[in-house]
Ligand binder design. Structure first.
Ligand code: HEM
Length: 368
């Protein structure tokens, strides 16, 4: 046997031991001793907690929705209508679930960008970062699968487009892999065209598979955060810091209370679907023509509008590069200064804002 093997496994073991310092797995280190640095980027430390708040709201409101929701093509839409108009507090719970889903995606993206700008992915936090990237992908998957459940025109037609894009991936693969996207699409879709099996599978993913995946990953993510404490966040280390317990956690909870109140008020006053024209919210009719205005949720615009303008393989290649960069961030940006990271994070933010708010106008301008 070559001497390479023992060295590789020794390196792997010491990598794991450094990322999971079990001697720090105690109340004293994780709560009593924990301190949070104070500097101009300190607000970034609240973004993960906010994402966790929205996740908790999703769990609680989702459980209430389960009492009445029926996952069948004949009853899904009616049951959702019933929740909105005939169940006491039903409209509020449904609005909270929908508004909070958007908030969760928004705050997870802000959390990723701040963690990036603060170089919080740096050694020994690689696993915190990678589990974070997976959490974000799962959060998007929650959005995609949840969108179909009300079984209305926009939901079913937008999901069809999404599933078609999965199959279109075969154009970008070498011949021996070209059949894979179709298998993937069939696995999600469950039958020849979108129908009961699709709804059943999306429902299973939305209420069982994805929650199991997110709960375990979130456990890993938070364990890593507690074991390593907060990262320093800025290049010039400050000696100012505050105790996590009780000071930081108190502010955290205060922000949670304000945000919860805001969400509650918005959910009482503004139905989340009031921005969509009625025909898109009518029950799905397989025989009717596809109504105009079918679009995914706003958080997919950053990839949806470029898809309208650029060839599909270009978008696939760019998305793959983005994924690879996100997963390898701790190694790619190891030696990069926080100043450069902040500039990159700000450029990404500018792109996301412009594409989300003005993507439609840009498409009209480029392709009149
Ligand atoms: C469901 C989504 C997520 C939840 C609920 C969540 C939750 C949290 C919480 C509560 C913290 C500690 C407080 C803080 O630093 O903000 C944290 C830290 C962290 N998160 Fe997340 N997170 C999520 C997604 C992500 C994503 C998408 C990334 C980036 C890829 C990420 C990367 C990190 C990193 C690197 C830290 C350590 C920060 C530090 O030490 O300064 N997380 N997360």
């Amino acid at each position: 046997m070559s001497s390479g093997h023992p060295r590789t496994s020794k390196n792997l073991l010491s990598f794991i031991a450094d990322r999971f310092p079990v001697d720090k797995l105690n109340f004293h280190h994780m709560v009593e001793e924990k301190r949070v640095p104070i500097h101009r980027m300190s607000w970034g430390y609240y973004t993960g907690g906010l994402t966790a708040l929205f996740f908790l709201i999703q769990v609680v409101t989702g459980l209430f929705l389960l009492f009445y929701y029926q996952p069948t093509v004949s009853d899904a839409n009616i049951s959702v209508e019933f929740i909105s108009h005939h169940v006491a507090g039903g409209a509020l719970i449904r609005n909270m679930h929908a508004w909070s889903s958007s908030c969760m995606i928004f705050s997870a993206i802000v959390h990723l960008l701040t963690a990036f700008a603060m170089k919080a992915f740096d050694k020994p936090r690689e696993i915190t970062w990678i589990s974070g990237v997976l959490l974000l992908l799962i959060t998007f998957a929650f959005g995609f699968t949840g969108y179909l459940l009300p079984w209305n025109q926009i939901a079913v037609n937008a999901t069809k487009v999404g599933l078609q894009s999965v199959e279109d991936l075969s154009q970008c693969l070498p011949p021996f892999l070209a059949g894979l996207p179709r298998v993937l699409r069939e696995t999600f879709q469950g039958e020849a065209s979108i129908g009961q099996s699709t709804l059943g599978r999306f429902y299973a993913m939305h209420i069982v598979l994805l929650p199991l995946a997110i709960a375990s990953l979130l456990g890993l993510h938070l364990l890593c955060v507690q074991l390593h404490g907060m990262s320093k966040g800025v290049d010039k280390e400050t000696d100012k810091s505050e105790r996590f317990f009780p000071f930081f956690i108190f502010k955290d909870l205060f922000i949670w209370a304000i945000v919860f109140l805001g969400l509650f008020t918005v959910s009482i006053c503004v139905p989340f679907d009031s921005f969509l024209p009625y025909p898109l919210l009518a029950p799905y009719d397989p025989l009717a023509a596809t109504p105009p205005g079918i679009k995914p949720e706003w958080y997919f615009y950053f990839v949806y509008y470029p898809l309208e303008m650029l060839p599909f393989p270009v978008i696939v290649a760019l998305s793959n590069i983005l994924m690879a960069v996100l997963f390898l961030t701790p190694w790619i940006f190891k030696g990069t200064s926080r100043r450069t990271l902040q500039t990159l994070a700000l450029s990404a933010t500018a792109y996301l804002i412009v594409m989300t708010l003005f993507g439609e106008q840009i498409v009209h301008f480029v392709k009149p």
